[in-house]
Design a protein around this ligand. Structure first.
Ligand SMILES: C[S@@+](CC[C@H](N)C(=O)[O-])C[C@H]1O[C@@H](n2cnc3c(N)ncnc32)[C@H](O)[C@@H]1O
Length: 275
């Protein structure tokens, strides 16, 4: 069977937003935001860095909850994802300046999209440590492939990124990361939401010596003849491998859990940095 055409990056980001809308509509986007908020309260967290903020889910939900009790800073390597975050922030009345992590070059920075762009390898530029650093939404396994391509990050690179994230956590603070429970994730169908349904397939891909996973999402709409589709490659990692890396780094409370409202395929770790 011939593969569908892949969209350019801007269209991919719009389709990813549609995917979040459909996948979390059923699972409960507000529920996930409430679960994360409760996890932060239980751990007396008042400062958060979301270093894979993407389009702002659920950091904007946390930043705009009306309590004013949380400082939420956001960054991500992908300007297209952050452009959507900036649009959402505008609609929710969240000031972009309040989301900007402080850096050593703050004198030159205006609040805006550019001031939120930061690769995990450059997290050391941030001039602050946080009660909790978050890298959720199955982001780690897409290290460096979110913009396209099949050059997935090896475990050593993922460990180096985790170490940069850990450096932004204060002693006694927390690192929240997630990853799939299993390597093979099979096929899941979501929908019908707003006339759309989507089917996602995650399969191991052994095309060359590299172990990686291939994720296809196909969107169908009533009356539309051909599905809209996108594909992304990810590192073949499980949440247990991430747990092992965090234990090596001296973190405690590393047992993965299933967060209420989260996609069932993902295990989440909220590990404590020993001081
Ligand atoms: C699966 S998306 C999840 C985004 C968001 N957390 C969510 O739940 O919608 C993965 C995110 O990780 C970001 N990312 C991947 N590699 C990165 C890197 N090396 N540095 C910073 N961000 C990266 C991508 O740009 C993308 O926004």
């Amino acid at each position: 069977m011939s593969q569908p055409d892949e969209p350019h990056h801007e269209e991919f980001v719009s389709l990813y937003e549609l995917y979040l809308h459909i996948a979390y509509h059923l699972l409960g986007r507000p529920q996930l935001a409430r679960t994360v908020a409760a996890a932060l309260r239980d751990r007396d967290v008042s400062t958060v860095l979301d270093c894979a903020a993407g389009t702002g889910f659920p950091s904007l939900d946390l930043a705009s909850d009306g309590s004013g009790s949380l400082v939420v800073h956001c960054c991500d390597a992908d300007p297209r994802m952050l452009a959507v975050l900036c649009d959402h922030a505008g609609r929710l009345g969240v000031d972009l300046g309040s989301l900007m992590p402080p850096t050593q070059t703050d004198g030159d920075r205006e609040p805006g999209l550019e001031s939120l762009v930061l690769n995990w390898r450059d997290l050391g530029q941030i001039d602050m440590v946080y009660d909790l650093v978050m890298c959720r939404g199955n982001s780690l396994v897409y290290a460096n492939t979110w913009g396209g391509g099949d050059e997935v990050a090896p475990l050593d690179t993922i460990k180096a990124y985790l170490s940069h994230m850990a450096d932004r956590v204060r002693d006694g603070g927390f690192l929240l990361v997630d990853a799939p429970w299993q390597l093979a994730m099979g096929t899941t169908t979501h929908g019908l939401i707003g006339g759309w349904s989507c089917t996602e397939e995650v399969h191991p891909d052994h095309a060359d010596e590299t172990d990686r996973r291939e994720w296809w999402v196909h969107f169908r709409q009533e009356g539309r003849e051909r599905p809209l589709s996108f594909r992304r490659y990810s590192s073949a990692l499980t949440v247990r491998l991430i747990q092992g890396a965090l234990l090596e780094m001296g973190f405690e409370e590393t047992t993965p859990i299933r967060l209420e409202g989260e996609r069932t395929a993902l295990g989440t770790i909220i590990a404590r940095k020993t001081g």
